[in-house]
Design a protein around this ligand. Structure first.
Ligand SMILES: [Zn+2]
Length: 567
């Protein structure tokens, strides 16, 4: 790690000299220097000094600690997760930040239920013709009982409902009014393929394509179960990810509203066999599902499931701190930074290395969050609006900690001008690009573009909009309650490498390490990029905290209604 940072600090010096120039003008003009029109990062001198204290090594040491085997994979509701939370709270205290959790503490309690599907569970698909298929857990299916009951029985018809989407704005309805109460719904993940930006946003994934939407919609319609067909390309991740994300204990916020007795994924091979037992092919079903005229198909098969679960009520916590704003009037408004600290913990049933260290995912984001907290907390000047720092729990369990935070924010959601989230920022060296997907949906985007330019970072459009990353990290939970929100990450182009190299790194990570025990800390990791996007986010946060008005979604954006509702 000696060589590369030196190259980078040289680079950063060049990058920032531009800002220095304009910042000098600001400094000379004093506090009332607003007349100086500098097309630059609008940071007053002391803020710039604070920004410059953000370093790769500070982030490295947080990542090294948080992803250590002794932290046991930071499982939600597990000891390692609680130690990580305590570590974050301790840092917040050291930086002089105010507690913004429950009752004057840094901890915001998040009431959760742990559900473990027990081996006594039986799961079989019984076609009208041919033999019953008794499925093997983890290899052929994964299933959870969302009703949070220790035992549930399902014996119901399986109906193929295509993508399981009802979206009037796109004139799409897979259900066609069919009464699916008491049924088990077989469906595809993702959404009908299209290049038309007006149809499910073209290649980009909308929320309709997410498995969470599919479960929610089926439950709203009274179905008792869902079987999601896993196909690597459609899901954008391999079966191992489904398997690892769904084995062991799964957490949920305490139940409110309708829920599925069986929320499950089945392996592609199982779906193929089920289709052929019905006398058709899976390819044919997939093809039919792509038509607007698709009608649900009763496959004449039944799911017989005896779900046996261990149900455990417990609490986890978000760790929340605040730096009060300097302006008396603006201080009841805030910018919030978020990053999840949880990962998958330890899987005692797994042979070999069974600690899910989550170094990239998301010790890196926590390291950045803490480094931002330190830089803001120790700066000689505070921004006008307050700054909130939240390390959230249970992201890997379905964005639960941030969902709870969105529903119980430390100040009203309508007063939070912006959420900047960090999740899985690869320690691969100096980025020449940033990803800020979702920023273009807000009126803050011109500032983001100008700031990126100052930092000599090209804005890279979402590398894989079809993967729906916008709906897969914690900023989405805050967007759902109306807060303009996006994640900051590196793009694909790194200094000294071409784009193909970046893509190769990404592919290798997704195939071999994403949500695997091998997502571990290595001393060769280069945190220069993490530091660069932290500095970039510092500048954006400072600016958002200083703008005369609160940030808004663009007109017609899918989150605009939530913002209006919150006001
Ligand atoms: Zn993850």
């Amino acid at each position: 790690m000696q060589g590369k940072p030196r190259i980078i600090s040289a680079c950063l010096r060049v990058c920032l000299s531009l800002s220095c120039l304009s910042l000098l003008m600001w400094a000379e003009g004093g506090a009332g220097a607003k007349a100086v029109k500098a097309p630059s990062v609008k940071l007053p001198g002391p803020a710039f000094v604070a920004l410059e204290t953000i370093t790769p090594d500070h982030i490295r040491w947080h990542v090294r600690y948080l992803s250590h085997d002794l932290l046991e994979g930071r499982g939600t509701g597990q000891r390692g997760g609680d130690i990580a939370a305590e570590y974050v709270a301790t840092q917040f205290a050291e930086y002089g930040l105010k507690p913004a959790g429950d009752h004057g503490t840094y901890m915001q309690k998040v009431p959760l239920v742990g559900i473990t599907t027990l081996p006594e569970t039986q799961f079989s698909l019984n076609p009208k013709q041919g033999e019953a298929m008794h499925l093997k857990p983890l290899d052929e299916y994964v299933a959870f009982d969302q009703t949070q009951q220790p035992e549930s029985n399902v014996d119901a018809d399986i109906v193929f409902v295509g993508y399981g989407i009802e979206a009037p704005e796109y004139n799409w309805d897979d259900y066609k009014g069919l009464d699916v109460r008491g049924k088990v719904l077989l469906m595809l993940v993702n959404e009908p393929p299209s290049d038309d930006p007006k149809f499910f946003k073209g290649k980009a994934l909308t929320y309709y394509g997410r498995w969470t939407y599919k479960y929610e919609e089926a439950a709203r319609k009274g179905a008792v179960g869902v079987l999601l067909i896993h196909q690597t390309q459609m899901a954008s991740y391999p079966w191992e990810v489904v398997r690892n994300s769904n084995s062991g204990e799964k957490s949920a916020l305490k139940i409110e509203g309708p829920a599925l007795k069986v929320a499950s994924w089945i392996h592609l091979d199982v779906a193929t066999r089920l289709a052929s037992a019905f006398g058709t092919s899976l390819d044919k079903l997939l093809k039919d599902a792509q038509s607007r005229d698709f009608h649900p198909v009763n496959l004449g098969a039944r799911l017989q499931a005896h779900m046996v679960s261990k149900i455990r009520s417990f609490e986890s916590q978000n760790v929340v701190a605040m730096l009060p704003g300097s302006d008396h009037k603006a201080a009841d408004e805030a910018v919030i930074y978020t990053a999840h600290y949880d990962h998958f913990g330890v899987r005692p049933d797994m042979p070999g290395d069974n600690i899910f260290n989550g170094a990239d995912d998301n010790a890196t984001g926590c390291g950045i969050l803490l480094e931002l907290a330190r830089a803001f907390g120790t700066a000689a000047l505070r921004p006008h609006r307050s700054i909130i720092f939240a390390a959230v729990t249970a992201e890997e369990q379905g964005l639960l900690g941030s969902e709870y935070l969105g529903k119980h924010p430390p100040i009203p959601a309508s007063k939070i001008t912006l959420d900047l989230n960090y999740d899985d920022v690869k320690p691969l060296g100096a980025p020449e690009e940033v990803e800020v997907s979702g920023a273009e949906r807000t009126n803050f985007f011109p500032s983001v573009q100008a700031t990126a330019k100052e930092f000599r970072l090209a804005i890279r459009p979402d590398a894989r909009p079809e993967a729906g990353h916008f709906y897969r990290s914690d900023h989405f939970s805050l967007a759902r309650v109306g807060i303009p929100s996006f994640s900051i990450n590196e793009g694909m182009k790194y200094k000294g490498h071409n784009e193909a190299w970046g893509m190769d790194q990404e592919r290798e990570y997704v195939d071999k390490h994403y949500h695997q025990p091998s997502d571990e800390y290595h001393p060769e990791m280069d945190f220069v990029g993490d530091s660069a996007v932290a500095r970039f986010g510092f500048a954006l946060g400072w600016e958002a905290a200083s703008l005369p008005n609160l940030i808004e979604w663009q007109k017609g954006d899918e989150f605009e209604a939530a913002r209006v509702k919150s006001q």
